[in-house]
Design a protein around this ligand. Structure first.
Ligand code: DP6
Length: 377
């Protein structure tokens, strides 16, 4: 998470970027819709910000008039138009007001109108977790703007988890984007959500051999939003109840162990099984929700076949793991040595459209879909 804070004569401004995270144990279901408290814990890996991020600037100015406004990818929207946006801004403003109440020398920024400009460098709402990086960036930008002590805490400090609970009010998965590396969102037990926060499992530096490839199958808006989809799942799927109760707690344990031991076989198997079960509860939802398409399923088959093909000198059971969020795009996790062979397979079976020159096609990560790391020559 990168920041710059820039106070000028009267106005204050902060700019941050926040990463995308992709869950390997999926969050799908709320026990409290307005506080966004989940029905199960979840766990994600944070992707490189080089390719996927939200960049957000927040500015408070005593001369601004009108309403708090957000420009999301260039389109203005009053923050009060979205309950979630309003909840997040109000929560941060209340923290600032508390600081001002304890120190009369502080500028009364909590009373000023705020303007926020936020941009994603990837398709919004394409199943690529744009709300996660977006709300994480919003919270971190406002926390920096308001000079909250939590914003000064590094990733090892408790402040980040406190901010994660505010990002959670915007979008559940956003709480995990306050950290790099491997991150758990512990569901918590309190009705007020105070312990439903993100906590780091291991920093990015822990498992540097693990890479992620994003295969963009379709970059349009998804059909059923996560919010409404998971609501219907909780109401109608008996399988989902079983998942919350009997499956996820063990998987959270297994996944943490896999990460701490850098055990790719355990990591890959748990990741793929959890993605499958998430899409199974979508199918068990009534009416059913389909996020995967034929290309998504063909990628699953390709990964399965590649995992079953022996590679000289490699003794592991798996070489690559797939996972899918609420859309058809695949995210593959894999040890670095398999990035090139997997890229070659993908490019062979899902070739570039013939009307796009190869150089342009491969220069654009959203069409190639393989984002991290950029293949080097
Ligand atoms: C499939 O966090 O987008 O990506 O809390 O309603 O905003 P809301 O939902 P959201 O759901 C993400 C669902 C998922 C799985 C995951 O990221 O854990």
């Amino acid at each position: 998470m990168a920041t710059t804070a820039m106070p000028s004569a009267a106005a204050y401004e902060a700019t941050v970027t926040a990463p995308v995270n992709i869950a390997v144990i999926k969050y799908w279901g709320k026990r409290d819709e307005s506080l966004i408290l989940p029905t199960n814990s979840s766990l994600s890996a944070t992707l490189s910000q080089d390719i996927l991020h939200s960049k957000t600037t927040a500015r408070a100015d005593p001369n601004f008039t009108g309403a708090d406004t957000l420009w999301l990818n260039g389109t203005p929207e009053p923050m009060s138009a979205s309950k979630r946006l309003a909840n997040v801004v109000n929560a941060l403003r209340a923290k600032r007001a508390a600081l001002e109440a304890s120190d009369s020398l502080l500028p009364k920024m909590s009373k000023w109108i705020v303007h926020v400009v936020s941009e994603n460098n990837f398709p919004t709402a394409a199943g690529l977790a744009s709300s996660a990086s977006g709300f994480a960036a919003l919270v971190f930008a406002l926390a920096n703007l308001y000079q909250l002590p939590e914003a000064k805490d590094g990733e090892a400090g408790a402040g980040r988890s406190t901010l994660s609970a505010l990002a959670r009010l915007g979008s559940g998965s956003a709480c995990r984007s306050l950290f790099g590396g491997f991150v758990a969102w512990e569901m918590g037990t309190h009705a007020d959500g105070r312990d439903s926060v993100a906590v780091p499992v291991a920093p990015a530096s822990h498992w540097t051999d693990l890479e992620a490839l994003v295969l963009v199958v379709h970059d349009g808006r998804k059909g059923v939003s996560s919010t409404s989809g998971m609501q219907t799942t909780v109401q109608t799927s008996a399988l989902a109840q079983e998942r919350f109760k009997s499956v996820v707690p063990q998987r959270m344990f297994d996944m943490k162990q896999a990460i701490l031991r850098k055990d790719f076989d355990q990591f890959a198997e748990t990741t793929m099984m959890d993605s499958n079960q998430f899409h199974a509860i979508c199918l068990d939802t009534f009416p059913p929700i389909f996020y995967l398409n034929d290309v998504s399923r063909a990628i699953i088959q390709l990964v399965t076949d590649f995992n079953a093909t022996p590679v000289a000198g490699y003794t592991g059971k798996y070489k690559v793991a797939y996972t899918y969020d609420a859309g058809p795009n695949a995210v593959l996790y894999l040890p670095r040595q398999f990035v090139r062979p997997v890229l070659a397979l993908i490019q062979h079976y899902f070739p570039a459209p013939t009307d796009v020159p190869a150089a342009d096609y491969f220069a654009d990560p959203y069409k190639v879909g393989v984002n991290y790391p950029a293949p080097s020559s």
